[in-house]
Design a protein around this ligand. Structure first.
Ligand SMILES: Nc1nc2c(ncn2[C@@H]2O[C@H](COP(=O)(O)OP(=O)(O)OP(=O)(O)O)[C@@H](O)[C@H]2O)c(=O)[nH]1
Ligand SMILES: [Mg+2]
Length: 360
């Protein structure tokens, strides 16, 4: 069982405590008013908040520094400084926080809603606290305690919902780029994509993770092209989208060839929900080819798609949404009827992360 490891690093810091204040009461008719310096406020904490609707760490790659607010300094008249506001970092369920230097796991956020990671510094006490019978005019106060700073690694195992399979050049990456925030390289030569790519497709309240993997060719199971090792990345997806280039003369055999390669890797892969997508429908002669494909696989869902002209994109989206919602409904039914396997405890992440992403 493999997924993709999504990882990033962040620099986080809790807030400094505010300084205590040195102040003396100064009022008319009260000569020698005593010390009245108030305490500094507490610095804000760094808090991780687990959000069920997040599926990837993409949002953490835009802003890498998270700093909680410092506490305000104390003031005269025994006024306290305000506490600094905590900084909350939203993460998806299953996120693991590591020490970026040592790699040591600091916290596994599976089954956790909220975790205070770095506490803000304590506020310093104002001079009011330091008055004694013999020292009636303390001219000092306590400085606020410094917050903590750390560089951390954030990791997540992402299990994609739908995997794209197809010959090289079929238009897999073009579809990923169109539906998601991914910016995968697209080019008119085979094997443009060498490392599996993920993208998240948001549609209403659905969050669907799509996985674009390198192209498969006949004989891939014997090592041809990029081989089939990377298929492990789609072994846990809910569904598969077979992309078939309708401008390629092998358009009618492509599906059977792809299935044969999948089967040599893992026969279970063929039991997943499927949709066949004939691509590049803007090319001449492809309308008839799409019909031929629909006839040959009349028992399957076959859709036409042109990313250039934005044709058929809605149908493809609907097909993906349906695959995921059917699976969710089935899982829910299973849950209602009692436990059906699945994870009961935190998965062993080390078993999932490919040691080297280039080794795929
Ligand atoms: N005419 C036409 N060309 C398309 C369409 N979609 C993609 N292409 C082109 O087809 C070529 C291959 O597209 P990619 O998205 O890189 O294909 P891929 O399946 O990811 O290819 P690999 O990564 O090599 O496996 C590119 O030159 C695209 O511009 C389309 O709708 N119509
Ligand atoms: Mg590609």
């Amino acid at each position: 069982m493999f997924g993709f490891s999504d990882e990033t690093y962040l620099d986080v810091a809790s807030g400094n405590g505010g300084n205590g204040c040195v102040s003396f009461r100064r009022e008319k008719y009260i000569p020698k008013g005593g010390p009245d310096g108030g305490d500094g406020g507490r610095g804000g904490d760094v808090v991780f908040v687990v959000k069920q609707n997040l599926r990837t760490l993409a949002h953490l790659k835009l802003v890498r520094t998270y700093r909680a607010e410092n506490g305000k300094n104390g003031m005269g008249d025994r006024c306290y400084g305000r506490d600094g506001t905590d900084i909350e970092i939203p993460v998806p369920p299953g996120t693991v926080i590591k020490d970026a230097q040592t790699g040591e796991i600091l916290k596994d956020l599976t089954d956790v809603d909220r975790w205070v990671f770095l506490k803000g510094g304590r506020g310093g006490q104002g001079n009011y606290h330091f008055r004694t019978a013999t020292r009636q005019a303390p001219r000092f106060a306590q400085p606020g305690e410094k917050g903590e700073e750390m560089r951390i690694g954030v990791e997540l195992l992402v299990i994609a919902d739908i995997g794209f399979v197809g010959f090289p050049n079929a238009g897999k990456s073009s579809l990923l780029n169109m539906l998601t925030n991914a910016r995968t390289k697209v080019a008119g030569y085979p094997f443009t994509t060498k490392i599996p790519q993920l993208g998240m497709f948001r549609y209403g309240e659905h969050d669907i993770v799509l996985a674009d993997i390198p192209g498969l060719i006949e004989g891939a199971s014997e090592g041809a092209g990029m081989g089939i090792k990377f298929l492990r990345h789609i072994s846990r997806t809910t569904g598969l989208a077979f992309l078939i280039d309708l401008s390629d003369d092998r358009y009618l055999e492509a599906y059977d060839i792809l299935c044969k390669e999948l089967e040599s890797f893992e026969p279970e892969l063929l039991k997943k929900a499927q949709v066949i997508i004939g691509t590049k429908t803007d090319e001449p002669g492809t309308a008839e080819r799409l019909e031929a494909l629909k006839q040959k696989y009349s028992d399957k869902q076959v859709l036409g798609l042109c990313v250039y002209l934005d044709q058929g994109v809605d149908e493809v989206k609907q097909a993906f949404i349906r695959m995921v919602s059917d699976q969710e409904a089935a899982a829910k039914k299973g849950e209602d009827e009692g436990p059906q396997g699945g994870f009961t405890s935190a998965p062993d992440l080390d078993a999932y992360y490919p040691e080297d992403m280039s080794e795929i």
